[in-house]
Design a protein around this ligand. Structure first.
Ligand SMILES: Nc1nc2c(ncn2[C@@H]2O[C@H](COP(=O)(O)OP(=O)(O)OP(=O)(O)O)[C@@H](O)[C@H]2O)c(=O)[nH]1
Ligand SMILES: [Mg+2]
Length: 694
């Protein structure tokens, strides 16, 4: 394959909220650039980006896809990302590989709460960005409204480069305000004609151009001076100001298109090729040495090789495919390198370029490019690959916290092992998938970013690995503790022929502050319990803490003091003291006012204002305590603490409450007492309440 210079590469990630038209826009790019012969559609399964069966079935993007095209002799790597918040980690990962973010906003729906979330990802990355207003052919598509919303909600300055020609279904093309020409598209949209601006748009175009020129002049003091003196600025000067303004993020250039009709795509490609920065113009990548010192690598060929792995594909047959962005140096096939994040050496086989679901082999790759290799052994997403002699680690973006958990069990007995292995494979390509066994409930749990994430995981388990599983709401890991103190005698006395068993341990049980766990205090004096039996007493207590006296849940936050006891020369043993202590502890807990504790979660919920009342009322009904509210451009962020037992299915409940427009995040905060009426039901249901015995 042709080798491109770093200066001739452009890396763009198309990002936005769900369904804004990102994939369709990317399809039109493939078609216009001649990479494919037919315009791919997400609606009929012919998409070159959304090709996984789980994506086709739902008509949404789940996994980001890469496709390389050529436009004006430039190599443009396009990363199409999912908009669904279930897969938001894919967006952050794609932005790590890209230099330019294209925010695709639906011309009808404009911004949504989620667009702001995505925008904060772009801001965190700090890269140049473009605004593409999509679906201009739809009824009530309104470019001006989107521009105003972007200005207000995202606090950036849109740079309007175009005007639409024709409305809705009659959207024919655009007025290019820089060249003051009308660009119209015919037939399949590939043929573009340049002509005069239609008479009815001339006046509007003129006034918009004036604003545009002034905005561009602001990029450069010298240019501004000449502009203010009334001088005419040349096309080259304006183009230079546009490049500089994009690179320095002075504004966000705004363009329009209809991807379904394939209108307006080519001018956007021109802007990417002509005015957007190449990797060579990007600041050096920052990493750290093993000892934490900061080091940088310039995007140049004479720097040591370094690359960041932003994506892993795990195919059960073809094996692992590792996608990475090269930040410095160059690379040839069959070379060795260091995975600095894991401190292991790996060997590259064949270098590959990714074209949607297909791959092509590459002779070499260099700074600025996005490529892949197959069958690396140790390397996973988020790792840094580098020259052995010049190691550095690039910090991966923080992964979002899982918000939903399910207990998972095989439909067929004996598939447990296969489930564990297959889930581990899936977690390789999806770092937001968390798989673990709850030590308390002994359930096998999968946790993720939402209902859809978990459902997709289950479908992939079946499709890729042939394992069928059932999902169940997980059990809440309740705990038990005590509120009062008690002094009790733990006693074992058995005289049934032969050698007897005898031990007495007097214990004091008392509560500890929340989160302190377990303390054991030995206050035995005068050898009333011989030294060698004290560890057995502690063991007897700690083992019986695993199943409390109320409902069989683990007991936490207690101090147990052994302060007196009795023993027998012949009949006492370690075992006897262990049993005596265990009986004593259970009795002590029952006498010390035992209570049930439940996990409380910290939640942040973001919803459009219109759903505020419903969501707040619902939180109250779930015993939630609202701790803060913050309004951000049409949406409300609510912070609350809610018992875990009440939000096990919150992801799907919020979706139905807000027609899918709400998002939330949740993490464990602390344990708290369960209110008495609820506690009584849980204890009843457990059937494990202990009776006091002697
Ligand atoms: N009328 C019209 N519909 C469009 C256009 N672009 C996309 N659509 C439709 O909008 C819907 C969503 O399009 P996608 O391209 O899948 O949107 P997306 O942003 O990639 O969606 P996610 O990846 O799931 O976030 C589909 O039904 C498309 O056919 C357009 O330019 N005009
Ligand atoms: Mg998509």
């Amino acid at each position: 394959m042709k080798q491109y210079k770093t200066e001739d590469v452009r890396n763009v990630a198309v990002v936005s909220h769900a369904g804004s038209g990102k994939t369709t826009f990317c399809e039109a790019i493939l078609f216009d650039s001649g990479s494919v012969d037919r315009l791919g559609k997400v609606t009929d399964g012919t998409s070159n980006f959304d090709f996984e069966p789980e994506e086709v079935k739902r008509g949404i993007t789940i996994s980001s896809s890469l496709y390389m095209i050529e436009w004006k002799k430039r190599k443009i790597n396009i990363l199409d990302t999912p908009g669904d918040p279930n897969f938001s980690a894919e967006v952050a990962a794609a932005l790590q590989a890209a230099d330019i973010a294209i925010l695709a906003v639906d011309g009808v729906d404009s911004l949504k709460p989620l667009t702001e979330k995505v925008w904060s990802n772009i801001e965190a990355k700090g890269c140049p960005r473009l605004l593409v207003v999509t679906k201009m052919d739809r009824e009530r598509a309104d470019f001006d409204r989107v521009i105003n919303d972007v200005k207000e909600a995202l606090k950036v300055k849109p740079l309007v480069l175009q005007l639409p020609i024709g409305k809705e279904a009659g959207f024919k093309g655009v007025v290019d305000l820089l060249s003051m020409k009308a660009l119209t598209f015919d037939g399949d949209g590939k043929s573009l004609s340049r002509g005069d601006i239609p008479a009815e748009l001339r006046e509007q175009a003129q006034s918009k151009r004036e604003v545009l020129i002034e905005d561009l002049a602001e990029v450069d003091d010298a240019l501004m001076e000449r502009y203010l003196e009334g001088e005419e600025l040349g096309a080259d000067e304006l183009a230079g100001a546009l490049r500089k303004g994009i690179l320095n993020k002075v504004f966000i250039p705004a363009m329009i298109c209809s991807a379904v009709l394939n209108r307006g795509i080519q001018p956007i490609l021109d802007l990417i090729a002509d005015a957007c920065p190449s990797p060579a113009e990007m600041p050096p990548v920052v990493g750290r040495t093993k000892t934490g010192e900061e080091i940088t690598r310039k995007p140049a060929l004479d720097e040591p090789f370094c690359a960041y792995v932003f994506k892993t594909l795990a195919d059960p047959y073809a094996g692992r495919l590792t996608l990475f962005r090269i930040f410095s140096g160059k690379l040839s096939p069959d070379s060795n390198f260091l995975n600095a994040s894991r401190d292991v050496k790996e060997r590259f086989g064949q270098l590959l370029t990714i074209q949607g679901r297909h791959q092509k082999s590459l002779d070499s790759a260099q700074a600025g490019d996005i490529v892949a290799v197959a069958k690396l052994k140790e390397t996973l997403t988020g790792d840094t690959l580098c020259d052995e002699k010049a190691p550095l680690i690039i910090e991966p973006p923080a992964l979002p916290q899982a918000v939903i958990s399910f207990a998972i069990e095989p439909k067929a007995k004996g598939d447990e092992e296969k489930i564990t292995q297959s889930l581990a494979k899936l977690a390789e390509e999806d770092p937001t998938l968390v798989v673990n066994r709850d030590p308390q409930t002994n359930e096998f749990l999968i946790s993720g970013m939402g209902q859809v994430h978990i459902e997709v995981t289950v479908e992939k388990l079946k499709r890729k690995f042939g394992v069928d599983v059932n999902l169940k709401t997980p059990k809440v890991p309740y705990k038990e503790t005590i509120r009062g103190k008690a002094k009790v005698e733990g006693k074992l006395k058995k005289q049934t022929g032969g050698r007897g068993q005898f031990a007495v341990a007097w214990l004091e049980v008392e509560p500890l502050p929340r989160g302190e766990g377990f303390q054991f205090v030995d206050k035995i004096v005068g050898g009333v319990i011989p030294r060698q039996y004290i560890p057995a007493v502690e063991k007897g207590v700690s083992e019986s803490m695993n199943g409390g006296a109320l409902a069989g849940y683990p007991v936490i936050d207690v101090r147990v003091t052994v302060f007196d006891g009795k023993y027998h020369e012949v009949d006492s043993s370690e075992q006897a003291f262990k049993i005596a202590a265990s009986k004593g502890f259970k009795k002590g807990v029952l006498q010390a006012n035992p209570v049930l504790l439940e996990p409380i979660m910290n939640m942040e919920i973001i919803v459009p204002e219109e759903f505020m009342g419903d969501v707040m009322g619902d939180l109250n009904a779930r015993r939630g305590r609202i701790s803060g509210m913050d309004s951000k451009g049409g949406s409300q962020a609510i912070k609350a603490q809610v018992p875990m037992a009440e939000v096990l299915k919150y992801a799907s409940d919020l979706t139905s409450m807000t027609s899918g427009r709400g998002i939330f995040s949740m993490e464990f905060s602390h344990y708290e007492e369960v209110p008495a009426n609820i506690s009584e039901k849980i204890i009843e249901a457990s059937g494990k309440r202990a009776e006091e015995e002697d």
